[in-house]
Design a protein around this ligand. Structure first.
Ligand SMILES: [Zn+2]
Length: 296
């Protein structure tokens, strides 16, 4: 059982002779590099030893042979005997949202992968089933000796995804790191979130199984927050409120990331979805958080 990750290898996909996928003026190899460097930095600050397969725009094997390059990435992780291997990629080929690939569903990587993709998906939306078994039998998942996952942050050939990734490299890195650490981190250069907030927020629409809610949700710091009492009521869940801690709860589960806006409690969409068993989507065109139960 993979208890606690103490050492990790972060693998920025592509690089050097191979720019990866390109679209909307962006190169996959550059984005994976920027995100991975920041993930490593955040993990380092939080007590995890993070090594990387590359730290600049090069092929890790030093040549332009795909087999050598992929083996070099695995060798770096295997030699260091890290607890976990995470390859970072940006998808292409028509689609939208985040997904994460594992070698098989029995892999010890699955719980970590689930946390990572749900956090990234809270920003990017999800591309179908969030955790998938790699049907391409991916080299870096197969040839690494430790639990391994390959995250596809979003689609570089989707204008919406590309713009969001470009604008949120640091936030995406933080969400990935939060998934690895299994805890929420206070954004850098920001004070701890006050329970009563006056900082600028934007509204968004919220739909549950296609039905729009009469109250808006709020977007703050790249996360979305939804009205707890309304959603709890509609879902038949028990809603609680801790007046001292300013934290809402659903069915007795405390929603740590609760904020108050005009005396109404809003909680982070991901936490609400976890408790109530919703899948999260995001319609960038209409600015709508989509919560669905069952298929997707
Ligand atoms: Zn890739």
């Amino acid at each position: 059982m993979l208890d606690k990750i103490k050492t990790i290898c972060i693998d920025p996909g592509h690089g050097g002779y191979d720019p990866g996928a390109c679209g909307n003026g962006l190169r996959e190899a550059d984005l994976t590099m920027a995100i991975s460097l920041e993930v490593s930095r955040i993990l380092g600050v939080n007590g995890i030893t993070a090594i990387m397969t590359r730290t600049k725009d090069v092929s890790p094997s030093g040549d332009s042979n795909l087999g050598h390059e992929l083996q070099a990435r695995c060798d770096i992780a295997n030699r260091a005997k890290v607890d976990f291997f995470l390859s970072v990629h940006i998808n292409a080929g028509g689609g939208h949202g985040a997904e994460i690939l594992v070698h098989n569903m029995n892999s010890q990587a699955v719980p970590v992968a689930t946390r990572i993709v749900n956090r990234v998906g809270s920003l990017m939306g999800l591309h179908g089933e969030p955790v998938k078994v790699s049907d391409r039998n991916l080299y870096v998942l197969r040839a690494t000796n430790m639990p391994a996952a390959l995250v596809e942050v979003g689609f570089i050939d989707s204008a919406g995804d590309a713009a969001k990734i470009k604008a949120n490299v640091r936030l995406i890195a933080r969400l990935i790191a939060e998934g690895i650490l299994n805890k929420s981190l206070v954004p850098q250069n920001a004070a701890p979130a006050p329970a009563h907030t006056t900082e600028s927020v934007h509204t968004c629409k919220v739909k549950i199984n296609g039905q729009q809610l009469p109250l808006p949700g709020y977007l703050r710091g790249g996360k979305s927050y939804l009205p707890v009492r309304l959603i709890g009521g509609l879902s038949g869940a028990g809603v609680g409120w801790d007046d001292k801690a300013h934290r809402a709860s659903l069915d007795g589960k405390v929603l740590e990331d609760t904020i108050l806006i005009e005396s109404t409690g809003y909680a982070w969409t991901w936490d609400i979805a976890q408790v109530l068993g919703f899948k999260i989507g995001w319609d960038a065109d209409t600015g709508t958080v989509l919560l669905t139960k069952g298929g997707c």
